[in-house]
Ligand binder design. Structure first.
Ligand code: AMP
Length: 442
């Protein structure tokens, strides 16, 4: 039997893993600029956490959850999204009462959905996102949208479109659902099986259907804006006016309803296009919600959040060559010339690392030609070459592998030599990784 990864799940390693790390670093750095703090909630939650908040009518809860009984016969679910777990945590830990509001939580990690695997759709994928909880204001909506755009801009995306809509308050949505039901009922027998369920559970979900024929039918459906309460309309225009003042362009998309049940009022997506105009669709989606904390036994408090899938952002970035600045190469490859210096070179390599530079050396004597090949494979910037003669004189050769320039340096001036080569002028020598190991976030 061949051992293979579970269907719809993939291994991520080397350059792709480095690229994921880079996306996460940029994400966390930008979240930090807005005062967000990381939440690490468990991957496994009691099933009710998602049933009750993500919503019984959502596709995720209806058919995509990895749910099973644990050894104590309790139904548990591998998180299909983060918001429900974060809100459960805020309520369970009473953070709404002990922390200054709003609570600004960011997160990144694996989520699991028993979705049909296809290009770019996995059963385990990685989401990064934020929740701003405990203050209900159009400014919170606007700041969250601004954060989302800044994250994608910092990752190098240029052609972004913010699509925004309002799905109103609970009362507006109740009226809208009735109107949608009346519109779809005569046509529902021709629509997909999912839509036949959706009309019973939540007709708004029909607007999210991916089946083309159903989308055609949905085009003629009544629009949310006809059912908006005055308060929801006012709130929507307040948010739009703030984002306009921030210089953010937007498109109102009245078919945008988002696939999760907890949203209310403002919902948004950010779409990306390549320089050549290829439309990549939505990279990120989110919105405002009201009743979530109460669902978990907390107070009535609003929140706004968004999430994006790293796999998707990664593939669009790769397509657009946005990782070219990313430097995963080694700083120094240290080359022993002959068996006799292996131990000294091993120690020298360790010293280089203590100085904060990444370094590798072969564990056995190799011909210099093979060592240069290894250095190249590791993307090394410099080679340090040390043989018996040099060792006796207390020197080594340092070769810039890009320019091929080579010079001798004194081993007791290792730190100055490296700092000089990498353009560092500090001499802290505290072993902190140097910035050059990874290109700075732009
Ligand atoms: P959602 O939580 O459904 O709003 O999804 C948020 C983001 O997660 C989407 O914009 C996608 O980029 C990503 N995503 C959703 N489902 C999948 C999947 N099955 N595989 C990979 N990425 C996904």
């Amino acid at each position: 039997m061949a051992y293979i990864a579970v269907k719809g799940m993939q291994d991520i390693y080397k350059d792709q893993a480095a690229s994921f790390n880079y996306i996460e670093e940029v994400f966390k750095a930008v979240c930090n600029l807005y005062g967000y703090h990381e939440f690490r909630t468990p991957i496994l939650e009691y099933t009710e956490v998602f049933d009750r908040s993500t919503g019984e009518s959502s596709d995720i809860v209806r058919k995509e959850m990895y749910t099973f009984l644990d050894k104590g016969d309790r139904s548990v679910t591998m998180r299909p999204e983060f918001t429900a777990g974060v809100i459960r945590s805020v309520v369970e830990n009473k953070l709404y009462a002990t922390e200054d509001l709003p609570i600004k939580a960011c997160y990144v990690g694996p989520v699991f959905r028993y979705d049909r695997p296809q290009l770019g759709r996995y059963r385990q994928f990685t989401q990064a996102g934020v929740e701003c909880i405990g203050q209900d204001s159009a400014r919170v909506d606007a700041e969250t949208i601004c954060l989302a755009i800044q994250i994608l801009s910092m990752l190098g995306f240029e052609n972004l479109t913010l699509k925004i809509n309002t799905i109103g308050d609970a009362e507006s949505r109740a009226k809208y659902r009735e109107a949608l039901k009346a519109y779809f009922e005569p046509k529902i027998s021709t629509m997909c099986e999912d839509c036949q369920q959706r009309i019973k559970l939540n007709p708004m979900r029909i607007l999210d259907c991916k089946v083309e024929a159903d989308q055609e039918i949905a085009k003629g459906a009544p629009k949310m804006k006809e059912f908006l309460s005055e308060a929801s309309e006012k709130r929507f225009y307040e948010t739009l006016s703030i984002i306009h003042d921030l210089g953010i362009e937007y498109e109102i998309d009245d078919s945008l309803v988002r696939g999760l049940d907890y949203y209310g009022e403002v919902v948004f997506e950010i779409h990306a296009k390549s320089k050549a105009g290829i439309d990549y669709g939505a990279l990120l989606g989110g919105g405002h919600y009201d009743g979530m904390l109460k669902t978990f036994g907390g107070p009535e408090m609003a929140g706004v959040g968004f999430a994006f899938g790293l796999e998707r952002v990664y593939s669009v970035m790769k397509d657009n060559d946005l990782f070219k600045e990313l430097d995963n190469g080694l700083d120094v490859y240290v080359m022993p010339v002959g068996e006799s210096v292996l131990d000294d070179v091993f120690e020298l390599t360790s010293e280089i690392r203590t100085l904060g530079y990444s370094a590798e050396t072969p564990f056995a004597a190799l011909k210099l030609g093979s060592q240069f090949k290894k250095a190249e494979k590791r993307g090394a910037k410099f080679a340090i070459i040390l043989g018996e003669d040099e060792l006796a004189k207390g020197v080594a050769q340092m070769k810039n592998l890009k320019t091929q320039e080579q010079k001798e340096f004194k081993l007791d001036q290792l730190e100055e030599t490296l700092d000089d080569a990498f353009g560092e002028d500090d001499d802290d020598g505290c072993g902190e990784p140097h910035e050059h190991s990874k290109e700075e976030t732009k």
